[in-house]
Design a protein around this ligand. Structure first.
Ligand code: GSH
Length: 208
């Protein structure tokens, strides 16, 4: 994917086509219909451009004119403010802070486990079990409303969707009634135009 949709912009996103951190940013770009040059990066072989722009050398890294941003959550929040329509965070400070807290928890509790699973070895087995248990415990909350604790799609959902998309590839299988709850929530996200547009070829392969 080289660009997402139609709005004029000079932004560039350095993106790992396989990673959920980059995927959440691509989903926000697609949901907002923002044009952005997307440059695929192999994080094991980071290009000099990214090393010059970002002291951590990580992707995603977003460049918007003179601004270089890294860390997927900071990039997503910037995009939500730079392109306010549709808003992907609630307006009132309490709900807004809650949404940010949910994103923090998704990253702290779940993204770290995904990294451990992908790293392989013995810790991967424990991480797989922890992720399965965490998602099973969260299943009733995921299914409670159309989106995470909300009737509107938000940055929280854009953070969870890339993770749920990767569950088969990660070998994480949820059982019983909770599986149905997670699948109902996930189905509502995976069929969104923004989600479909956000997928790279490598990500489409993950569920083929
Ligand atoms: N907290 C960062 C994590 C990003 C991250 O870990 N990126 C990996 C690829 S998935 C990376 O760039 N690794 C290469 C490196 O750290 O040098 C974010 O959310 O953007």
């Amino acid at each position: 994917m080289t660009a997402v949709a139609t709005r004029r912009s000079v932004m560039t996103l350095f993106s790992d086509p396989r990673s959920l951190h980059s995927h959440r940013v691509r989903m926000v770009l697609a949901e907002k219909n923002v044009t952005c040059d997307i440059i695929d990066v192999d994080p094991m072989n980071t290009p000099d451009d990214v090393m010059d722009l970002n002291p951590y050398g990580t992707v995603p890294t977003l460049v918007d004119r003179d601004l270089a941003l890294y860390d997927s959550r900071i990039i997503c929040e910037y995009l939500d403010e730079r392109f306010p329509h549709p808003p992907l965070l609630p307006v009132d400070p309490v709900s807004r802070a809650s949404a940010r807290l949910y994103m923090f928890r998704v990253e702290n509790d779940w993204y770290g486990l995904v990294d451990q699973i992908l790293a392989g070895g013995k810790p991967a087995t424990k991480a797989r079990k922890e992720l399965r248990e965490g998602l099973t415990a969260a299943a009733p909350v995921l299914a409670h409303r159309p989106f995470f604790m909300s009737d509107e799609f938000s940055l929280v959902d854009a953070s969870i969707a890339p993770l749920l998309w990767r569950l088969p590839m990660l070998g994480v299988e949820i059982a019983g009634h909770e599986a149905k709850q997670v699948n109902t929530y996930a189905g509502g996200l995976f069929t969104r135009n923004g989600f479909v547009a956000s997928l790279t070829e490598q990500e489409r392969e993950m569920r083929r």
